[in-house]
Design a binder for this molecule. Structure first.
Ligand code: GDP
Length: 300
């Protein structure tokens, strides 16, 4: 938690200190609510969620006769946790089947952190005693393929790759096939995300999915989202949910943003649980997403 807090230092400043400072007068008036609203909006919680949270907070403080900043903080924390729906299943489905590996697709816009996320997940799985195979289905970018292969070497996972420009779906298919042959536990497939050609991208992603599913259903389809792109990034990302049955979101680069509240927007808009958060570029800079811990870190 301390680490998470440190990484979220900027968000913490915004929500935590600002909030407690404004409450030091122990007086709740119209200004207080406006300031809370501003803090939440600035942190990218989104208009709808902010309105709802502040509304509920006002009602509850009225009913409870809340006066102190500490009490208000805990009520706000409760509302934020509720907005993140703590009952959602956030586990990753990576356990192999009897006759084939678990298959995980990683999708998202280029630059969002897909390849890095594949590497980090592979590392966690290998550390857990699982065998992993990486599939480099982003065949349009030689650098992405090399980057994934480097992660593979680092964590001790084979990378299936093909010459640049080859059909991504065939690389995805070969990856699962190879995973079955070598009896690995989990196959992680990194995909392309060139949004400038949306129709082509979506056709291609649909094909990757169909081809992989010849071996059986995809166990986990993770959408990687860059937290620093805010509400715009979120709108772009919705396209992916139309093609792939996204089972979880990975929110990256939370270390570099004062807008940690985007987590709430993401979950609300997409209706998909945030399962992992990226907190840096290094191999260990990823954490499972836990609403309570996260809100604690956010409020400081
Ligand atoms: P891809 O194009 O979606 O595969 O994105 P990459 O994995 O290549 O990542 C793009 C850039 O973002 C790289 O420089 C990564 O090191 C960086 N990156 C990825 N995840 C994080 C994160 O959680 N925090 C920070 N600060 N940088 C990240």
């Amino acid at each position: 938690l301390a680490r998470l807090r440190g990484r979220l230092a900027k968000s913490q400043n915004l929500l935590g200190r600002g909030l407690l400072a404004l409450l030091s007068s122990d007086k709740l008036d119209a200004d207080t609510w406006e300031e809370i609203e501003d803090s939440l909006l600035t942190a990218d919680v989104g208009v709808e969620a902010t309105t709802q949270i502040v509304e509920r907070l006002r009602e509850r403080t009225k009913v409870l006769g809340t006066r102190s900043a500490g009490e208000l903080r805990s009520l706000l924390a409760e509302e934020l946790v509720t907005a993140l729906d703590p009952t959602l299943d956030r586990s990753l489905h990576t356990a192999p089947h009897d006759d084939r590996p678990a298959v995980m697709l990683v999708v998202g816009v280029n630059g969002s952190g897909k390849t890095t996320t594949c590497g980090k997940i592979a590392r966690v799985l290998v550390a857990d005693g699982r065998s992993v195979l990486l599939g480099a289905a982003d065949t349009f970018r030689a650098a992405a393929v090399d980057q994934l292969a480097t992660w593979g070497e680092r964590v001790g996972a084979e990378t299936v790759r093909a010459p640049e420009g080859r059909d991504p779906a065939s690389v995805a298919y070969d990856s699962v096939q190879r995973g079955i042959e070598t009896k690995v536990d989990t196959v992680l497939i990194d995909t392309a995300g060139r949004l400038q050609n949306k129709v082509g991208l979506m056709d291609e992603l649909g094909k990757v999915k169909r081809v992989v599913e010849r071996h059986g259903p995809v166990d986990e389809a993770l959408l990687v989202l860059d937290a620093t792109t805010g509400q715009n990034g979120l709108a772009q990302a919705e396209v992916f949910t139309q093609v792939v049955n996204v089972s979880g979101v990975v929110l990256t680069k939370l270390d570099g943003t004062a807008k940690g509240g985007i987590v709430i927007s993401v979950q609300r808009k997409l209706g998909i649980p945030v399962k992992l958060v990226g907190l840096g570029e290094g191999p260990d800079d990823m954490a499972p997403f836990d609403p309570r811990q996260f809100v604690d870190a956010l409020l400081g």
